[in-house]
Design a protein around this ligand. Structure first.
Ligand code: ADP
Ligand code: MG
Length: 334
């Protein structure tokens, strides 16, 4: 079981409030991602759940029981950090078994759990190696193994892939998702990378300055961002935002349109402009278009390769049904 509820949880360091009172519900078996810019309070929130920080006020319940004052080791949660914190002089087997030795589990049970974790993580052939003889990805798997053997009610990950290079991150991302499918255990995963959030989460919690800006599935956030912050944060390349007459005539202070919801044409359309920089990815082409009277370029996606060059005239037509409308306070207009 791994149901976690935060009720009016608040955290201040001295006079500085980094988490204003917030409510959050994490269901058993869910993969929840906390995402937001650096310094927004993601790690603090995770550490509050883990018990590594005390709440300033509010209640944390785990499986319906008040865990607010329960020490970290008794919460039944396992944390995986960005730095693997492995013991260099111990074998992989001993590193993974470490929490079980500390808990004085009998040897047969230790072996059973270590072997099961090694199997899930494909670490079988490496059990007798030292961490120094492993790649970065394998070391991260050992750190995850050490969490798995504890059979926790929930796994807490704090930016576990930040030390890995780009290709390895994509691989590990898939492995962790696969692990979640297999174990069906609650996972809370912290990242500043919205692509990680979008690809891994059942439920994303978008944070800014300690506030929850929106909670929802990846596609809900993508299709119906609650406000301008979420609209700008989720999606890559970013949603284009426009103010002025184009927004006003659609009854909004600001409108947003994603790069894939704009049709470009070299013969005519709603908005006239000139092609700026193009990014050729092979599968897609992203090009930046300078509209008359607008400083920031619009980003437009075309599928495949398109024959457009810097300075060419171009017209853009937004798909009206995909235009997002926001009021003066930056909130989505339904
Ligand atoms: P994130 O993980 O989203 O980057 P953190 O949770 O680490 O953000 O930090 C949130 C805010 O709390 C930051 O402004 C940070 O400086 C502050 N903070 C974190 N830990 C402490 C601490 N122990 N003492 C004082 N301020 C802290
Ligand atoms: Mg952090």
């Amino acid at each position: 079981m791994g149901r976690i509820q935060l009720k009016q949880v608040r955290k201040a360091f001295g006079e500085v409030e980094v988490i204003p009172p917030l409510d959050l519900e994490i269901n058993d078996g869910e993969f929840v991602v906390f995402v937001g810019p650096s310094g927004c309070g993601k790690s603090t929130l995770l550490r509050l759940i883990a018990g590594l920080e005390d709440v300033s006020s509010g209640v944390i319940e785990i499986d319906g029981a008040d865990a607010t004052m329960v020490p970290p080791s008794k919460r039944g949660l396992a944390m995986v950090f960005q730095s693997y914190a492995l013991y260099p002089h111990m074998s992989v087997r001993k590193n993974i078994a470490f929490p079980l030795r500390m808990a004085k589990l009998d040897k047969a049970e230790q072996d059973r759990r270590v072997n099961a974790a090694a199997e899930v993580l494909n670490l079988g052939p490496y059990l007798d190696r030292r961490p120094g003889q492993l790649s970065g990805g394998q070391r991260q798997r050992v750190a995850i193994g050490r969490a798995i053997v504890r059979e926790p009610a929930a796994f807490l990950f704090d930016e576990p892939l930040s030390n890995l290079d780009a290709a390895l991150r994509v691989g590990m991302r898939l492995e962790i998702s696969e692990l979640h499918e297999r174990l069906e255990t609650t996972m809370i995963y912290v990242t500043h990378d919205q692509v990680e959030a979008m690809t891994m989460a059942d439920k994303i919690v978008v944070l800014q300055a300690g506030n929850i800006e929106q909670v929802g599935s990846p596609l809900t956030l993508y299709r119906e961002p609650r406000n301008l912050f979420v609209a700008g944060f989720i999606g890559s390349p970013k949603m284009n935002l426009l103010t002025g007459p184009e927004a006003e005539k659609r009854g909004a202070k600001t409108i947003g349109i994603r790069p894939e919801h704009i049709t470009p044409s070299s013969s005519g359309g709603d908005w006239a402009g000139k092609v700026g920089v193009s990014e050729h990815l092979g599968s897609d082409t992203f090009f930046h278009v300078h509209l008359e009277g607008r400083e920031e370029p619009m980003t437009v996606r075309a599928v495949g390769e398109v024959d457009l060059h810097h300075g060419d005239p171009i017209w853009l037509t937004p798909e009206e049904e995909h235009i997002h409308r926001f009021d003066a306070a930056g909130l989505r207009i339904a």
